[in-house]
Design a protein around this ligand. Structure first.
Ligand SMILES: [Zn+2]
Length: 78
């Protein structure tokens, strides 16, 4: 298995390496409050993360990857 973002080897069943897994958690976590407060969609939210100069590079890379994934396959709704 490889990290979806940086191609680093990761443990079986993991989508991200340590750094990107943490960033992914933060991104997903914050979306909840953004969605509640501003009603932004997932795609808009990811766009904002990528554009925001204050976003850390790990989170940006994860957001970029999620955006690409989303534009190919749509959001997993399970
Ligand atoms: Zn990674």
């Amino acid at each position: 298995m490889k990290c979806k973002v940086c191609d680093k080897r990761v443990k079986e069943g993991k989508a991200y390496c340590e750094h990107h897994a943490k960033a992914y958690e933060n991104v997903v976590d914050k979306y909840d409050s953004w969605n509640k407060a501003l009603g932004v969609t997932w795609k808009v939210y990811l766009d904002e993360i990528i554009k925001n100069p204050l976003t850390g590079s790990w989170a940006k890379e994860v957001a970029q990857q999620l955006l690409e994934e989303n534009s190919i396959s749509g959001i997993n709704s399970n």
